[in-house]
Design a protein around this ligand. Sequence first.
Ligand code: ATP
Ligand code: MG
Length: 405
Amino acid sequence: MADQFENVRELLLVRIGEITLKGLNRGRFVARLISNMKRRINDLGEFSIVQSHSRIWIHALSGNPPMQEVARRLSSVFGIVSISPAIEFESDWGILVRVVEEYAADVLAGAGRRTFKFETKRVDKSFPLSSYEVSSELGAILLEKFPEQLSVLMHEPDLTFHVEIREKTYIYHETIPGHAGLPVGMSGRGMLLLSGGIDSPVAGYMMASRGMILEAIYFHTFPYTSQKALDKVEKLARILSRFAGRIAFHVVDFTDIQLELNDKVPEDMLTIVMRRVMMRVAEKLAIERNAKALITGESLGQVASQTAEALMTTDIVVDLPIFRPLIGMDKNDTVALARKIGTFETSILPYDDCCTVFVSKHPKTHPSLYDAERAEARIDVEAIVEMSCEKISTKLIDLTFEEGD
Ligand code: ATP
Ligand code: MG
């Protein structure tokens, strides 16, 4: 389309969220969002990204980047509500008619019969036709040109052609939904306890959507949990990085510790003690990495280690807040979200995690703090945490993951 007329340019209109943000926060929001957007698309070409009129306008500066692909990538950047691929040209009635005819021909190519309408917004009041006149004239022109394919429908048509007349004129018909939220980086850093399950990747997504930079920690108990289990968790981190940007992925070699716990801790308290150790290790690493919170995929009542009492016994061993965004969520809703963000299929691959291998057969569902402390009296917790922290290897997961990987 852009090649067929002179001075017709493709662009993306990006709508941004959190309109309640005021003052300084709004400035920070936009600056951070634009920098996250750039990072997500800079391998596709050079772009001008400018905020104005409560939107962000993206033009390609050089080359011929695939704007649909640019839009698809940006749709997973938090802070973006929706994106419309659009074209831009001189504000002139004659040009508008010709461009609309071509634009509609492109949209209708290969499609069957469609209902449609025009919606026009005239910001530049010096334009000779009113919004209503532009819509009805253009509607009539298209009906005459495509009588077999088009009919008018004012309420929920298949196609709505949006025309905006400003200093330049814009046409678009598609609105790709984004994931809204706050740009990653607005809310500090969080340390996600990432397992291979369904819940923790969703929890990470939710906190990243509130602007947190994610780091992930995974406790690996090779060979009781396989290399495949580790690969699976890493893949989940990769999928998350599509939304959260770069993620530092930390793997703790937890086998010796796990075996020691198995050996020394009473069976019914094993899960709780293991979780208390994990929290302490995660917190130590979090503080070292300047993270402000721990994040887990726990949901109240889901399993024995997720009763209020059990959660209290893990909360109490750390000072950092533990964010549990799924705490009140129904499992079906979590699964739906996991499907939406693309983690579900990976999460259900059948590789064990340490919580299923080293699980208490008859866990105490309502452990008291006393139970937990008594169980831990048999081990040297400090030494165990220290030793775990020495067995951490870190890898940066970047935005190299794309569909089909
Ligand atoms: P998930 O689906 O996230 O695995 P879950 O419902 O299976 O959660 P648990 O296995 O009890 O619940 O784990 C609760 C939380 O503890 C997880 O959501 C995750 O945040 C953390 N967790 C569990 N196992 C590990 C692990 N091996 N490494 C890191 N974090 C873990
Ligand atoms: Mg699990």
